[in-house]
Design a protein around this ligand. Structure first.
Ligand SMILES: N[C@@H](CCC(=O)N[C@@H](CS)C(=O)NCC(=O)O)C(=O)O
Length: 215
């Protein structure tokens, strides 16, 4: 689940989703004069992108969330908390190995043109942790990073009792795992963290209804 959607849900804003197939992302965002991603290692155009009522279109979850925080300051996502970059790094470390387990299920949810694009582009990441029919190498590689991520969570949410953007970074990846690979794979990920902190974040976001919308 993308983090811009979580931010929109958290702010209680009305929005409409336009789904875009992978090969159509660059032509569409280019035609809308979106500023290309600053990171030279990222594709120039990525989703999520958001078009605001004044016609401005922004891409990148963090940039979209920052704009939403500026336009709608309450409730705050505690966006400037210094833990956010640490959570982002810890999530990437934990989910990169899990990519090999989750991404083969992409054919369950992607339409054909997107799946073909995805196979060509991302096959190298899957190859890094495979081939491993049971995915055990990937599970082992994810164990310690998942535990380290959980240590950053005060409980029930990252910063304690209040939800913040840091929870969206964790919750977005967990929801993605659920959506693409299914409930059993998500359950195994959550069980790997014996502290139960990651489950706490996920279930806390679920209880608040923030994960519900997927249209
Ligand atoms: N930092 C970006 C990353 C987004 C990203 O990588 N999006 C993928 C889809 S999940 C994408 O649009 N890829 C386009 C491509 O690979 O051409 C964000 O969080 O907004």
């Amino acid at each position: 689940m993308n983090l811009a959607r979580l931010a929109l849900n958290f702010k209680g804003l009305k929005y409409k989703t336009q789904w875009v197939e992978y090969p159509d992302i660059a032509p569409l965002l280019g035609s809308l004069n979106v500023t290309p991603n600053a990171n030279p290692r990222a594709p120039p155009y990525t989703l999520p992108a958001a078009r605001f009522p004044n016609g401005e279109t922004l891409q990148d979850s963090l940039i979209i969330a920052a704009k939403l925080e500026e336009l709608f300051p309450a409730p705050s996502m505690r966006f400037d908390d210094p833990i956010i970059p640490n959570i982002q790094k810890a999530v990437m470390r934990a989910f990169l190995p899990l990519f090999a387990i989750v991404s083969p299920s992409n054919n369950r949810i992607l339409n054909e043109s997107s799946y073909t694009y995805f196979l060509v582009k991302d096959a190298k990441d899957v190859a890094e942790y495979g081939p491993d029919p049971e995915g055990e190498t990937a599970w082992e590689a994810a164990t310690e990073p998942l535990e380290n991520l959980a240590k950053l969570v005060q409980g029930p949410f990252v910063l304690g009792s209040e939800v913040s953007y840091a929870d969206f970074v964790i919750g977005g990846f967990l929801r993605h795992t659920w959506r693409v690979a299914g409930a059993e794979v998500l359950e195994r990920v959550l069980r790997m963290d014996e502290s139960g902190k990651l489950r706490g974040v996920y279930e806390g976001l679920e209880e608040k209804g923030l994960l519900e919308r997927s249209d």
